[in-house]
Design a protein around this ligand. Sequence first.
Ligand SMILES: Cc1cc2nc3c(=O)[nH]c(=O)nc-3n(C[C@H](O)[C@H](O)[C@H](O)COP(=O)(O)OP(=O)(O)OC[C@H]3O[C@@H](n4cnc5c(N)ncnc54)[C@H](O)[C@@H]3O)c2cc1C
Length: 351
Amino acid sequence: MIKTDILIIGAGPTGLFTVFEAGLLKLKTHLIDALPQPGGQCAEIYPKKPIYDIPGFPEIMAGQLVDNLMEQIKPFSPGFTLGERAETIEKLEDDTFLVTTNKGTKHNAPVVAIAGGLGSFEPRKPPIPNIQDFEDKGVAYIIRDPEVYRDKKVVIAGGGDSALDWTIFLAEVASEVTLVHRRNEFRGALDSVERVAELSKLGKVNLITEAEVKELKGEDHVTGVGIHHKTKGEMHLATDHFIPLFGLSPKLGPIANWGLEIEKNAIKVNNAYDYQTNIPGIYAIGDVNTYPGKLKLILSGFHEAAIMCQSAYQRIFPDKKYVMKYTTVGGVQGFDGTKKEAKKEVVKAIN
Ligand SMILES: Cc1cc2nc3c(=O)[nH]c(=O)nc-3n(C[C@H](O)[C@H](O)[C@H](O)COP(=O)(O)OP(=O)(O)OC[C@H]3O[C@@H](n4cnc5c(N)ncnc54)[C@H](O)[C@@H]3O)c2cc1C
């Protein structure tokens, strides 16, 4: 059982910055994310796009912002459960929450901060009748550990950046890589398209276009795929792995069944005070929440995280009076939040 002070669901920019704000208050944090890497939409959808409305950064790449946030929270050593989706929540007798993921990992905390953005990203699955039977038995929709494919035969399907980038990467790892795409044209970055064409010419990638994987073969594990080619008809290819990379679509998912008030696919919160939901102890911050005037921007999530952590502190330590202190005075290690301690620090800084 993982125990923490604030359990954060979603490791997007909002969830990551919550670690910082909580850390200033000496509160421990742990993050759960369905994706294998932190960064939410910034890392998954547009890591190489510049953002222009992060205060203090006239221009910053989304991926760089995530790297900076990871650097900023390092002093607080948050825990991570990545590649797992928060599935159920239960209120325990001691007034804390038990959150269990789809892989059975259990987390316990007195405060839960849902920073789930647009929801957990679910892979778009191709319409192959028996695909579910082979999930984790040769079929994967997200590449978590490329070493799994070392010296193996791999078939990738898709025509976007993800399919192209992994084809290029696995060409050096797998014994055989085939990329199947239903059109002749690709949607990915031009240099990736050119690199795949070059690898195909060199015989390092087997490129099959105007074709679709229609069938999976094998018993306990994938052993081959059936491909329908527009002009050549049916083909069979032996493989150890099939990786369809057709993108991810966000869904609020299991959180929608947690008894929270939902409005237009977002969680209603009290924005006059602390971004708490209708269940005391559960907060919702960032893109996942809604209130009058809500702006779905990164800076809104940062602001909401700061407010929410102050309220969480009071919930965890009802007998302590918290006094906010500037980081210029307390540094990033923060202080224990008591008035006496704050006074001591301010006197020290002035002297
Ligand atoms: C193309 C594009 C460009 C954008 N440009 C800008 C811009 O210029 N400026 C700006 O301010 N904003 C921009 N945005 C919006 C910005 O990315 C979002 O406001 C921001 O990502 C919200 O952060 P978040 O942490 O709240 O949620 P997200 O970034 O969506 O992260 C939420 C995370 O929660 C995880 N999650 C959800 N449910 C679960 C669950 N049950 N279990 C486990 N994990 C879960 C998801 O996997 C995800 O990683 C842009 C968005 C897009 C798509």
